[in-house]
Design a protein around this ligand. Sequence first.
Ligand SMILES: Nc1ncnc2c1ncn2[C@@H]1O[C@H](COP(=O)(O)OP(=O)(O)OP(=O)(O)O)[C@@H](O)[C@H]1O
Ligand SMILES: CC(=O)N[C@H]1[C@@H]2OC[C@@H](O2)[C@@H](O)[C@@H]1O[C@H](C)C(=O)O
Length: 401
Amino acid sequence: MHQHILQLYNSAKKQQRLIIGLMSGTSLDGLDVALCKVSGHGMNTQIDVLAFDTVDYDDDYKQKIKTVFAKRECDLELVTLLHPWVGQLHGKMVLQCLAKWEVAAADIDVIASHGQTIYHCPKSQHNQSDFNHGTLQIGDSDHLAVTTGITTIGDFRQKHIAAGGEGAPLAVYGDYLFFSSLTENRILLNMGGIANLTFLPQSADASAVFSSDIGPGNTIMDAYIQRYFAPLHYDKDSLIANQGQINQPLLDELCQDEFFNLDFPKTTGPEVFNLAYLHQAQTTTNTLQLSHEDVMATLNRFSAMMIAQAINQCSEKLADVTVYASGGGIHNPLLMKHILSLCPQLHEIKNTHALGIDPDAKEAVLFAILANECLAGGQQRFGNQAQGIPTITMGKVSFAD
Ligand SMILES: Nc1ncnc2c1ncn2[C@@H]1O[C@H](COP(=O)(O)OP(=O)(O)OP(=O)(O)O)[C@@H](O)[C@H]1O
Ligand SMILES: CC(=O)N[C@H]1[C@@H]2OC[C@@H](O2)[C@@H](O)[C@@H]1O[C@H](C)C(=O)O
């Protein structure tokens, strides 16, 4: 037997495994690195997050990725070069974290790597009849494995598409295993660049679980700040949006995209919700002269309205539901205030801290859970094709040499 297969077999048999989960989202703020002690699998999965860091990207990384990110046309040579470059860089960032945490690479069973999404196009977005859904993450796992010396499981989204899903959101697989409850209906709400949710019924009945992207979380707000308030990257503590007034005609227009009328599950990205989308809405409503503060106030309300609409849609037939939020949006006070005011049935919005997971680490932990299932688990059966959650094991294995 090959030594790497033997090592994987031994890792799979262990009571506890050390898995490093990595997530680099659409916000391009940094690489989330979560060191997880994982035991069990399936509904018996136990996770202890031993350490978590976001390794910030420098301007060079952001500039290079933005050259190709969510662009229909770009330099194919650059994409080809970025694929190994991002993998190596993520590998170096993992080594940096391990050194800081004083953990030896040899003690890690596997790295779980999401990669960097550069283009995401479900059928609902590309409308090309010859093609199915598509999504592309760069930062190849072979480069992470060789750079770190640690076996790496990556490229999780392709299996989802191959088996009939849209490639996202994948959070549901981890949310169901780790956050299901027999005592409360739960909505796990993540607000990164794009917002998404997972509904977990109190029954823990897998066939009633569902998950979907919602629309923009921070993505348009971030893009606007980066364009007009550089070097700021985002509207810290909603300071700019708080100075503006909501413009109703622009807000109404922003809410018109056909994506919002599609049934769950659905997925989207900055390929649709971007500055061009805003510009089109401002042109239609003759609001191109609005102050930057008013535009930010309107964008903040827009994200909140679509998020609240999705929460209300999930919870309309329920006596009660608890929302657990995660992702950078929880740090935007105006966004949180708007969402709460638009969901009268909620007394508060909790965050995943209340369930034992740092809300900033949640997506990185998700990929550790998916890698654990690939290694030591099995397929989760949700049992209802209409949910868009195929019965699969995700991830491809890259060895270090
Ligand atoms: N103090 C703050 N005030 C306002 N917004 C904040 C604050 N802290 C973080 N954010 C927002 O959170 C974003 C980062 O969120 P996160 O790291 O969850 O995104 P991501 O993982 O890249 O996205 P995705 O979930 O789409 O992959 C920032 O770009 C910013 O918009
Ligand atoms: C293509 C892609 O990278 N999508 C991300 C993005 O960020 C949030 C939302 O859009 C979600 O669908 C997904 O990530 C999470 C981790 C997911 O798949 O559940």
